[in-house]
Design a protein around this ligand. Sequence first.
Ligand SMILES: C[S@@+](CC[C@H](N)C(=O)[O-])C[C@H]1O[C@@H](n2cnc3c(N)ncnc32)[C@H](O)[C@@H]1O
Length: 228
Amino acid sequence: MIEIPLIPDPIIHCDFDLVYHPSEDSFLILDYLKKKINYSYFDDILITKIGKILDLGTGTGIIAIFLQKIKSSNPDFNPKIYASDISEEAIKCAKLNEKANNFNDEIVFLCSNLFESFPDNLKNTFNIIIFNPPYLQSSKLIKNKTKIDFSWNGGSKGYNLVIKFLKNALSYLDLKEEHYIYCVTSSRTNLKEFNKEIKNLGYKNEIVKNQHIFFEDIFLNRLKYVLY
Ligand SMILES: C[S@@+](CC[C@H](N)C(=O)[O-])C[C@H]1O[C@@H](n2cnc3c(N)ncnc32)[C@H](O)[C@@H]1O
């Protein structure tokens, strides 16, 4: 298999206090994608079969812009890249970073709480959805929520938002074609319970990469809906 020449990480500026700076979890995803996308395949899906990719919770836009860079280096890899975030500042920041990487309005940006503000014509269309979500348990000590809490606060169990995302994602994935969802989880949440819940939703889950950082392990999950 011919490997794509190493694609450098995108240039990322983040002058916004309320936008998540790319961290270990962001690079866990980038490192995986660097290894798993070549001239023919995105993981084990033929790249010619991939029409749309969504980077949900894009933050600075790092993952969406990285995918846009891969598009520039491989003429057969031609999906439309979408990037969304609940935070208007994140969308502003990601648009600036798109320009800093010499792309001009190529990525479609959407400001949306999960899929709430997505147009209906995006239903059943995404082959790949990537979500580096807020995945830590919310602490009772936080009384005044600021917007940056949206970057890490995953609710009382840590994975509440991911479960809501996975339920809603079923309407936006192209289930008739090959598809994958990639999302990050943490050992600081009850992963046994999480896995039971996603199995009940009809997903098959594989952990494809992990990393130990400070007091936790973070995992990159690859999910596929199997009950279609
Ligand atoms: C851990 S950060 C990841 C940012 C970026 N993808 C990265 O890897 O560096 C989580 C992102 O999800 C966004 N987010 C949180 N809740 C969301 C929701 N309900 N809908 C859409 N985006 C959300 C946050 O604003 C934040 O930008």
